[in-house]
Ligand binder design. Structure first.
Ligand code: GLN
Length: 543
């Protein structure tokens, strides 16, 4: 018999955006560093089948896994904290669950039975949780949303039932709530926590531990009051006060000895995590020695959540290089010919990230031209690489109408174009059925990239011949222009199955465009080489 996976269920109360994902990931980090095999799952009660088609304005970033699943941004936090590659099994939604059940019903799998939320929908959720846990000592299961949401009920019923099935020593419930500070009373208030726990109990779930989000630390008396009123042990009330960096949270939990009650409940024996490396990286996030300023040129400037992985990967690079990275957010729609110098003259590096649609593109191209001509370190990611090629084609090759067919389907020089078929992350050929730009299937997930020796790419990846990074795009660089690019000083340094994956300038200290998204594989303890290389050259440029 295979070993029993133990489950830690994390639910949230009072309100959303309390950082349940970070709390779950922090617990996972401690357990992993105590030598347990840990995985983590996010179950999202919303109806969309996956976040792939959700607006970045509403949902933040779409995080892409190695196997090409478009997932919730919390999976990014999980990977960054746990340093594990997750897959499509680690995130599912109500929409996904219903689709699967309806598909089975149509196939006749239920032999004519009436299909109901209990047992069929709940059963499907339980099966998916078990599948994500296979082969692990611990699976942390974060239930999206807040207790009391109508659509969350089947998920809560699933974790209630699963705990009963596997027994008390194999599963525990952690509930995260808000302990607000009420200014006029000058007090932290526990009532919302009590209500939220009451709501959980009503549906049959008793929390074993309560994590209290608050603006400030909770004193012993308050913690004991919560323990008493919510019926948990005194050492099971853990505070999670606002902190400078999210990476401090595992350390703050450890200080409160969070692992002792977890180990007792789940009978895990004595756990002593080694957090030394993590601790020294966090110290350098909080009080770094060096400093550099990067211009982040983009259009979702007010919605930094949609660049979560990228901003985190920059923090990882800063921690590893012992430098503070100031991000200067530049709204690309406001960049024009006569202000680009003024906007960018004092920055040490220019970054143009991924994006969709034409809005803000001309400002990004001006920023790229500025970086190329003024020899400022440049990193272009996905759209940022495509635009670097368009800029070069227009201003160096003098192809005035060079463009991407995403922005002009009929342009005469389609530097960025659409290919008819490609191999997907599972090795299957995908034929594009739609010719229209939005209908095209996306190239998603991790692909190998062959690295040209003696290139910037080769240098930053320590002379590795083949690297692997993740993708999320429809369009490709057109190989038709390869020769004229190379003759004029723009080198193709990375390729994959004939596709152009990276480009760089020969006569420039650091100018690189990558079709992949390096930010998806960056972790605090293992910063991504592309991001690290760019930040390093910006720090050197600052000197
Ligand atoms: N819009 C471009 C494409 O689809 C770039 C996508 C991206 O930057 N993620 O190819």
């Amino acid at each position: 018999m295979s070993k029993q996976t133990k489950y830690i269920f994390v639910t949230g109360g009072v309100l959303s955006s309390l950082g349940k994902g970070i709390a779950a990931a922090s617990i996972g980090t401690l357990l992993k560093n105590a030598n347990l095999k840990v995985s983590i799952l996010k179950a999202d009660p919303y109806i969309n089948v996956d976040p792939g088609t959700m607006s970045p304005l509403e949902h933040g970033e779409v995080f892409v896994t190695d196997d090409g699943a478009e997932t919730d941004l919390d999976l990014g936090h999980y990977e960054r904290f746990l340093d594990e590659n997750l897959s499509q099994n680690n995130n599912f939604t109500t929409g996904r669950v219903y689709s699967a059940v309806i598909e089975k019903e149509r196939r006749g799998d239920y032999l004519g039975k009436t299909i109901q939320v209990i047992p069929h929908i709940v059963g499907e959720i339980v099966d998916r949780i078990k599948k994500a846990g296979e082969g692990n000592d611990i699976l942390i299961v974060e239930i999206g949303g807040t207790v009391g949401d109508i659509e969350g009920l089947p998920f809560l019923e699933a974790i209630r039932a699963l705990r009963t099935e596997v027994g008390r020593k194999n599963a525990m419930n952690i509930h995260l709530t808000l302990v607000p500070f009420i200014k006029v009373a000058g007090e932290l208030k526990t009532k919302p926590t009590q209500h939220s726990v009451g709501e959980l109990r009503r549906i049959g779930i008793t929390p074993d531990m309560i994590i209290c989000r608050s603006e400030m630390p909770l004193n012993r008396e308050l913690k004991d009051k919560i323990a008493l009123s919510c019926g948990v042990e005194k050492n099971c009330v853990i505070e999670s006060a606002d902190s400078t960096s999210i990476y401090q949270i595992p350390l703050a939990f450890l200080k409160q000895d969070i692992l002792t009650p977890i180990a007792e409940t789940l009978e895990l024996g004595k756990l002593t995590p080694d957090m030394q490396n993590w601790d020294s990286l966090v110290k350098r996030i909080i009080a770094p020695t060096g400093e550099t300023t990067i211009a982040f040129v983009g259009k979702y400037i007010d919605l930094k959540e949609s660049y979560k992985s990228l901003t985190e990967s920059i923090i990882h690079a800063g921690a590893n290089l012992d430098a503070k990275i100031n991000l200067k957010w530049v709204d690309s729609e406001k960049v024009e010919k006569d202000n680009v110098n003024e906007i960018l003259k004092d920055v040490d590096g220019v970054l143009v990230a991924g994006g969709f649609g034409e809005r803000g593109v001309s400002g990004k191209i001006l920023a790229i031209q500025f970086a190329r001509e003024n020899k400022k370190p440049y990193l272009g990611i996905c759209l940022g690489m495509q635009l670097a090629l368009i800029e070069f084609a227009r201003n160096v090759l003098k192809l005035q109408d060079a463009n991407s067919i995403e922005f002009n389907e009929n342009c005469e020089n389609p530097i960025i174009y659409l290919i008819d078929s490609f191999i997907d992350a599972h090795g299957k050929e995908q034929i594009r059925t739609h010719k229209s730009p939005l209908g095209g299937t996306m190239r998603l997930g991790a692909y190998e990239c062959n690295v040209k020796p003696n290139s910037i790419l080769s240098k930053i990846y320590s002379n590795q011949k083949v690297i692997k990074e993740r993708h999320r795009h429809r369009y490709e660089a057109n190989p038709k222009y390869k020769e004229s690019f190379e003759k004029n000083g723009l080198m193709i340094s990375g390729t994959s199955n004939g596709l152009i994956e990276t480009v760089e300038l020969k006569d420039h200290p650091f100018f690189i465009g990558v079709q992949f998204h390096p930010e998806f594989t960056s972790r605090l303890t293992k910063p991504n080489p592309t991001i690290l290389g760019f930040i390093k050259s910006s720090i050197e440029n600052a000197k």
